[in-house]
Design a protein around this ligand. Structure first.
Ligand SMILES: *Cc1c(COP(=O)(O)O)cnc(C)c1O
Length: 369
């Protein structure tokens, strides 16, 4: 029996960094700055630089950063935010947390990202922002979205949780919109040893208010300017992320290597493979293929020891939690089809060529039988 190919191999990543992580965590234990502190402050500087941004504010999760982004833009009760139905649910949580309403627009067949051509029809007098997602590590088509946003004087929030370091027309994502939010959930391209997130912006006033909101609405201790939150990043996560950020460019190169091998090895199968737009440099957070017999293929892969996953099996407009929005089956046909056909194959920088070949072999075997 050939070796199994796990869907994700975090232990391999941690093993490769173990001495550096141990040393970084030990330093935090020595100085005991467990909530924010110098390691987090240093990481904020380094990550801002990585994004080419002026400010980075670290959070305890990507979801918290997105929530604060909505507060910074003063999105509130009964306002509307245009977003995508094909994403992880946290994109929409941010909108719901402030009492606003997600207004969905269908996605683009090729990139799974918000279709820029459909946005304008969704704009109403209540629209307060546009929040697209750089899904699977592939940037959304930024220029046409910024053009609609500008025309209607709407801010754009980039949900960059899956796209650390992705490039649009040669420039790193993170400063195209007013605000960009990242997640450092362990399985993301840059992951903490626990939860973490960040808000990135070139707007100094947003950055200052974000710092206050994450720390109980105060900039001077025990004086509270507005109702705030405990959304601080832990000191240990800042230390861990500082170590891992140094590896991120190499890891991205590794992910791209795996993606290109999949392209070569799978191009003659009936699968629809991910397409990288001419203007995009994807960081391949996920490698998502499509096929109408996705369920059978998934069973076949699993039976042969190859891990796989679904991102995402049910679009947000059909989720129980959003029934009150009043959408129905058929509201967003492209997103619904993507949800039925998508299948995420294993992809991570540590994946060996033998592992990629094994996945391809099992897939070829499925289509032969
Ligand atoms: C992971 C993720 C989030 C949420 O980040 P957390 O750090 O898990 O809170 C938000 N949006 C997208 C698209 C994500 O993939």
């Amino acid at each position: 029996m050939p070796d199994k190919v796990p869907y994700l191999d975090l232990p391999a990543q941690i093993r490769s960094l173990r001495p550096e992580l141990d040393a970084a965590i030990a330093r935090t234990l020595d100085h005991c700055s467990f909530c924010l502190g110098p390691d987090v402050a240093q990481f904020e500087k380094d990550f801002a630089k990585f994004c080419g941004a002026e400010h980075c504010v670290a959070f305890n999760s990507g979801t918290s950063a997105l929530h604060v982004a909505m507060l910074l833009l003063n999105v509130g009760r009964d306002d509307e935010v245009i977003s995508t139905p094909h994403t992880f649910v946290a994109t929409s949580w941010a909108i719901s947390y402030v009492g606003a309403k997600p207004v969905y627009v269908d996605i683009d067949e090729d990139t799974f990202n918000l279709n820029p051509a459909l946005i304008e029809k969704a704009v109403t007098p209540r629209t307060k922002a546009i929040m697209p997602v750089h899904l699977y590590g592939h940037p959304f088509d930024i220029d046409p979205i910024l053009a609609v946003a500008k025309k209607h004087n709407l801010p754009v929030v980039e949900d960059s949780a899956q796209a650390h370091g992705a490039k649009y027309k040669g420039r790193t994502i993170g400063t195209f919109g007013e605000i960009s939010c990242f997640s450092f959930y362990p399985g993301k391209n840059l992951g903490a040893c626990g939860e973490g997130g960040a808000l990135v912006t070139n707007n100094a006033a947003y950055a200052a208010r974000a710092r206050s909101l994450r720390e109980h609405g105060s900039s001077v201790r025990y004086y509270h300017d507005e109702v705030g939150f405990n959304y601080r990043m832990e000191g240990i996560q800042g230390a861990v992320l500082g170590v891992k950020l140094k590896k991120l460019n190499d890891w991205t190169a590794g992910r791209r290597r795996v993606a290109h091998r999949y392209h070569e090895l799978l191009k003659d199968t009936p699968l629809q493979l991910p397409r990288e737009a001419a203007w995009a440099e994807s960081v391949y957070h996920l490698y998502v293929v499509r096929h109408p017999r996705r369920e059978d293929l998934k069973k076949h892969l699993e039976a042969n020891g190859v891990g796989c996953a679904l991102h995402y099996p049910l679009p947000l407009h059909l989720q129980k939690c959003y029934a009150s929005l009043g959408y129905k089956e058929g509201s967003f046909p492209v997103a619904e089809k993507a949800a039925r056909e998508c299948l995420s194959l294993p992809i991570y920088p540590e994946m060996t060529d033998a592992q990629v070949q094994r996945v391809a072999e099992v897939i070829h075997d499925f289509f032969r039988s």
